[in-house]
Structure formats: structure tokens, C-alpha cells
Design a protein around this ligand. Structure first.
Ligand code: NAG
Length: 324
């Protein structure tokens, strides 16, 4: 899905990655470029570091550039995702990159964790923070777990990166317990220096769209989320992370309430956040997934085919007209 695209941006973004093993990174980039996903092609018993390299994807002008009036750094040349197709003068200004981070998608985490670029694609700025939705998934081959984690830990330590670590809350309790056990193991490997925060549950106000009523009622009305949250935090504290922020990540949809969504049978987010503030105070961080590119109201400037400066103002800084 969309989160997976972050991988493509990352993986195809740079072929010269100072601070990383270039050969490794190019092999990874090419694998993804050629195969769409490494998962289909790589025998699951092969550790990421042992994957055979392949020829590099060519980096040259893309034929779609000229009709757009663009030139330069277009890559790749024959299909796949087009990341850069801009002359330097048309690039967006990069602002406060040290305060921004990248979400690590599932494929990168499983197969390429050690090859994450230390710099933002197309920018001379170091990557300072990462987000993991989960440290490992019960559906993923377990034998790759430790090697991937070690790669990620090496990356994070080398570059002084802080990680927002997510641990899922779902309707499958056994999976949640397993992923939490893995999360703790991973946290122990990373250590507090490189942990930005712990996120327990992601977009749980949307869970009702996919889950049965009983699960939803138990989670919110029944207090399972609150109980699970406290259990996780208390174990996190025992491991020496008691000064690190904790959170649950929601979408902007929770802003539809007073002040937050509190709809029985769907999501009692307001109730949860009140409890969290009461118990954890400022340590509880409010966290939102905001996706401006899902906003159907964002268009090119009136009368323009290639200038979206007005929408950019809205999407990046909530500035400009038309915000309802
Ligand atoms: C895009 O439009 C804005 C607002 O009209 C203008 O200030 C800016 O110069 C335009 N940018 C380009 C690259 O044409």
C-alpha cells in the first residue's frame, strides 16, 4: 500500500549512499527494482547479507521528462518508480530535515534493514529518525529476524538515529503477545539512547472497519486497549525506558469529536486519551498519521499544469486557503 511506497522512495532514491555499503545498497535497490519485491524471489533461508547482488539499474534520463519540460537526474530509465525527474531548480526546498523521519516498510525491514540510506534521497541531509510499525510480524519468516534487527541496530547506532517503535494491537491476542515479546527483545538490542518513543497500536479508530463487533467492544468499552497499554508501558519502564515518551498513533479522523472521536461500538478515543493524559501527563505524546496526498482537494494552482505551490502550502504547513 502507501506505506510500501516509502520503501521505493528510499530504495530507489540514491545510488550513492555515503556512510553505507554501496555495493549492498545497490544490490538491494536493483532487487526491488527488478522484482517488485524481494520476497517472491529470495529463498527464505538466505539471510539478507548473503543475497546475491545483481546488475545495477541504469540511471539516466527518463523519456517522460522532456514532455514535462524537465531534465536531469531521472531514474530509473525503463519503468519502475520514477523518483527524480527534476532539474535542480525545480526541486522543492528541503526544510528542517533533522526534524523529519522515514517510516520503514515491511520489505525493507525484512530484507534490507542494513541498507537503509543514511541520507535523505536527493538531499544533503542526514536521516535522523525512523518509524517502525512493528519490529517483526508473525507472518514473516522467523529465521531472518535476528539478522535484520542486527542490521537495523548497526544502522541506527552508526548514524545516531532515533526510532519510534510500534507494537500492534489487533483482535488476535496471541499475535499481539508474540509481537510485543519481539518488540521487547528489539528494544533491548537498541537501548534507550536510540529510542524516540513507543507506539502501542496504530490507527485503532479504524479497526472497527475490519474487525467484528465483539473485538471492538472488548477493546474500547471493555478496556482492553487501556489495560494492554499500561501493561506494555510498565514492562517498557522496567527495561529502563521510563523516561521515553509513549503513544498510540491515530489518524486525523479522531479530530471529528469533542475534541476527539468517542463513538461507542467504533472507538472511544477521547476516553482513552483522557486516561492516558491523566496517568502519563506530558510523557504521553499525541501522534497522528497525516497523509496530505490523500486529500482530493489538493490540485494544481488554478490555470497551471505544473505548479502546485498553493496545495503545497496547505499540505506542508496548513497554510493558505480552502481548509475546512
Ligand atoms: C508557482 O505559483 C506561485 C504562485 O502563483 C508563484 O509564486 C511561483 O513563482 C510559481 N512557481 C513556478 C516554479 O512557476
Amino acid at each position: 500500500m502507501t506505506r510500501w511506497r516509502v520503501l521505493l522512495v528510499l530504495a530507489l532514491g540514491r545510488s550513492d549512499c555515503p556512510g553505507n555499503d554501496k555495493a549492498d545498497f545497490e544490490a538491494c535497490q536493483t532487487d526491488i527494482f527488478l522484482g517488485g519485491s524481494i520476497r517472491d524471489e529470495t529463498p527464505q533461508t538466505v539471510a539478507p547479507s548473503q543475497q546475491p547482488g545483481r546488475a545495477s539499474a541504469a540511471c539516466m534520463d527518463w523519456p517522460g521528462c522532456a514532455p514535462l519540460g524537465l531534465f536531469g537526474d531521472c531514474c530509473p530509465s525503463n519503468g519502475g518508480a520514477m523518483l527524480g525527474c527534476c532539474s535542480a531548480g525545480r526541486r522543492l526546498a528541503l526544510l528542517q530535515m533533522e526534524r523529519k523521519g522515514v517510516t520503514i516498510d515491511d520489505t525493507t525491514l525484512q530484507y534490507c534493514a542494513r541498507r537503509i540510506p543514511g541520507e535523505w534521497p536527493n538531499a544533503e541531509a542526514p536521516l535522523t529518525s525512523l518509524r517502525l510499525f512493528q519490529t517483526w510480524n508473525t507472518q514473516w519468516p522467523v529465521e531472518g529476524r535476528k539478522a535484520s534487527w542486527q542490521g537495523l541496530v548497526d544502522f541506527v547506532r552508526t548514524h545516531g538515529v532515533k526510532v519510534l517503535v510500534g507494537t500492534p494491537v489487533t483482535c488476535v491476542l496471541a499475535d499481539d503477545e508474540q509481537t510485543w515479546a519481539w518488540t521487547k527483545e528489539f528494544l533491548g538490542m537498541v537501548g534507550p539512547e536510540n529510542i524516540m518513543g513507543l507506539a502501542i497500536g496504530n490507527e485503532l479508530e479504524l479497526l472497527a472497519d475490519h474487525a467484528d463487533e465483539k473485538c471492538i467492544e472488548e477493546l474500547w468499552e471493555g478496556g482492553r486497549l487501556w489495560k494492554t497499554f499500561n501493561q506494555r508501558v510498565s514492562e517498557f519502564d522496567e527495561m529502563g525506558f521510563s523516561h521515553i515518551p509513549v503513544t498510540s498513533v491515530f489518524t486525523a479522523a479522531i479530530l471529528s469529536g469533542n475534541p476527539f472521536m468517542d463513538v461507542p461500538g467504533k472507538a472511544l478515543v477521547n476516553t482513552f486519551l483522557r486516561q492516558a493524559m491523566w496517568k502519563y501527563g506530558a510523557r504521553y505524546a499525541f501522534t497522528f498519521n497525516v497523509y496530505p496526498y490523500f486529500d482530493p482537494n489538493l490540485r494544481m494552482n488554478a490555470g497551471s499544469r505544473d505548479n502546485c505551490s498553493e496545495s503545497l502550502k496547505r499540505a506542508t504547513c496548513w497554510q493558505g486557503g480552502g481548509i475546512s
